[in-house]
Ligand binder design. Structure first.
Ligand code: EPZ
Length: 430
C-alpha cells in the first residue's frame, strides 16, 4: 500500500505550477456528453477522480483520446447507454453530474448514487427539486438516481442552500430545456462559472454565472468546442499555506489571484507577506505566525476545502484561534491525527478552538479525506522528525503529483510501498 514518508523541517522554497481545477473539470467532462461533436479540453488535471469519471464515460460509449497528460478529446456521438451503474463511480461525488447532463440531452438518466469524501451528510434534495421543477420525474431505486422527462420546460428555481453540485446539475439540464430557467441563490464558485463558460462555448445561453441569479435560455443543440479549464484554487491555496506552515517562500504559478482573495487575506492576517502579479502569487513567511478566526462560507467566503490547511497553520500560530466550519458537519476528523503530532485543538460541534503550539512532531498518521490528507502532509513537512501518512489514495483523488511538486520546493517526501522503502528513506534523510 502506498504511503508518504516525510522528514519535516525544510522550509519550502521555489515555484510551483498549479494544474487545472478538479471541481471544474468534473462537470465539464459530464457536460461534454451533451453534444454529438468532438470537444477538446486543455488543462485537465491528471488525478484519480477525473480518471474514474473518464473510464465510466468510456464504458457508456464516449470515445476519448488523451494527446497528452493534460489534454482530452472526447466524442459522445455514439453513447450506447443512459444507465451509468459503475462500481468505481460510486466513490466519487461528481458521478451525479451525469444526471443533469444526460437528462438535459436525452431526457433520461440512471446514475449510481454518489459517494465522495466522508465530510458530513451530503444531501441531494436541491438537485432533485431542480430537476422536478423542470418537469422530470426523479426516483431513487436500487442505488440509482433515475430521472426522466418527456419534455423539460424552463422554470424558476430557488435553491434553499447555496449548493455547488445542485447549481451545476440544474444548469446543465436547463441548458437544453424549452424556454427560460432562473436559478436563484445559485452557488458562485469559480468552477460554476467555468462550467457556464464551457457550455456557452458549445452554444448554450447562460447569463449571470458567478452571481446569485443565473438565467438560462434553453437551446436545442450544443456543438463541439475547444476549452481550457481554470487553475485549481484549492491546490494553489494548499501550497500557499504550505509556505506559511513551513516558514517558506513559495510562488504559485498559473493561478487567478481573484479566486484566491479570501486565502490571501487570511495569510496576511496571520503575518505572511503576499505578493501578487498577473498569474502568480508569492507567499513569504518570515515572521512568527499570528492567531486569527475564520469561518468557512460559500464563495467568495473562505472555502471549506481550505479549512484543514488553515487549521494546521493556526495550530502553529501564537495565541488562540477559532475555526468555524459552516458547510459540512464532519470536517474536523483529522484533528485527532493532528493532535498526535502535538497540536492542541478542542472541537465543539462545528467549531475548533485552537491553542497554538511551538512545533509539531512526526508520527504515524492516516489521511481521513482529500483536503485533510493534504493538510496533514503540510503539518508533517513542518514537524520535527519522520511522519508516515497512510491512506494517501484520498490525496491522490485531487492532487496531481503532490509529492513531486513538494520535492520541487525542497521537501523531503517520498512515495513508499514497503518497509524496505521506508528504511531507505530514513537512512537517506538521516
Ligand atoms: C462541492 O461539493 C465540491 N465537490 C466539494 O469539494 C466542496 O467541498 C463543496 O462543493 C463546497 O464548496 C465537487 O465539486 C465535486 P455543495 P458538493 O452541494 O457539490 C448542502 C473537495 O475536497 N446541500 O455545495 O457536494 C450540503 O449538505 C470536495 O474537492 C443540501 O443541503 O457541495 C452542504 O452542507 C469535497 N442539499 C452544502 O449544501 C443539496 O441538494 C454545500 O454542498 C446539496 C447540498
Amino acid at each position: 500500500m502506498e504511503q508518504y514518508a516525510i522528514k519535516g523541517g525544510n522550509p519550502l522554497v521555489g515555484d510551483v505550477e498549479i494544474g487545472g481545477a478538479k471541481n471544474a473539470a468534473l462537470p465539464i467532462l459530464a457536460a461534454s456528453t451533451m453534444t454529438d461533436e468532438s470537444v477538446y479540453i486543455e488543462n485537465m488535471p491528471d488525478v484519480r477522480d477525473i480518471n474514474v469519471l473518464l473510464e465510466a464515460l468510456e464504458r457508456i460509449g464516449v470515445m476519448e483520446k488523451r494527446p497528452d497528460r493534460h489534454k482530452v478529446v472526447m466524442n459522445a456521438g455514439n453513447i450506447n447507454s443512459l444507465v451509468v451503474d459503475d462500481e468505481a463511480l460510486k466513490k466519487i461525488r461528481a458521478s451525479y453530474y451525469l444526471v443533469g447532463a444526460l437528462l438535459g440531452k436525452y431526457r433520461h438518466a440512471e446514475v449510481v448514487l454518489p459517494g465522495g469524501c466522508d465530510i458530513g451528510f451530503r444531501a441531494i434534495d436541491q438537485h432533485i427539486k431542480g430537476f422536478r421543477a423542470l418537469g422530470a420525474s426523479v426516483t431513487i431505486e436500487h442505488g440509482l438516481i433515475k430521472a426522466e422527462a418527456e419534455r423539460l420546460v424552463g422554470s424558476h428555481i430557488y435553491m434553499d442552500v447555496s449548493s455547488v453540485g445542485a447549481t451545476i446539475n440544474v444548469m446543465m439540464a436547463a441548458t437544453m430545456a424549452e424556454g427560460m430557467t432562473t436559478i436563484e441563490n445559485a452557488a458562485k464558485e469559480p468552477h460554476v462559472v467555468d462550467l457556464a463558460n464551457f457550455l456557452n462555448s458549445m452554444g448554450a445561453n447562460i447569463k449571470g454565472a458567478g452571481t446569485d441569479v443565473i438565467r438560462i435560455k434553453g437551446v436545442t443543440r450544443l456543438h463541439g468546442t475547444e476549452y481550457t479549464i481554470i487553475p485549481d484554487q484549492i491546490e494553489a491555496g494548499t501550497f500557499m499555506f504550505a509556505a506559511a506552515v513551513t516558514k517558506g517562500d513559495v510562488t504559485v504559478k498559473n493561478v487567478i489571484p481573484k479566486h484566491l482573495e479570501s486565502i490571501t487575506a487570511k495569510l496576511l492576517e496571520i503575518g505572511c507577506e503576499v505578493e501578487e502579479t498577473d498569474d502568480c502569487i508569492r507567499v513569504v513567511a518570515s515572521k512568527p505566525l499570528q492567531h486569527t478566526h475564520v469561518k468557512t462560507l460559500p464563495y467568495p467566503g473562505f472555502p471549506t476545502d481550505m479549512q484543514p490547511q488553515i487549521t494546521v497553520a493556526l495550530a502553529l500560530s501564537e495565541g488562540t484561534s477559532i475555526v468555524t466550519e459552516s458547510i459540512f458537519e464532519n470536517r474536523f476528523k483529522y484533528v485527532d491525527e493532528l493532535t498526535r503530532m502535538g497540536a492542541s485543538i478542542k472541537v465543539e460541534g462545528n467549531t475548533a478552538i485552537i491553542t497554538g503550539v511551538k512545533r509539531y512532531t512526526g508520527a504515524s498518521i492516516s489521511a481521513p479525506d482529500l483536503r485533510a490528507g493534504a493538510a496533514l502532509v503540510i503539518a508533517a513537512l513542518a514537524a520535527e522528525g519522520l511522519t508516515m501518512v497512510d491512506d494517501i489514495r484520498y490525496i491522490q483523488r485531487g492532487y496531481e503529483d503532490f509529492h513531486l511538486k513538494l520535492q520541487g520546493l525542497g521537501a523531503q517526501i517520498e512515495l513508499v510501498e514497503t518497509e524496505k522503502d521506508f528504511q531507505k528513506f530514513r537512512l537517506k534523510t538521516g
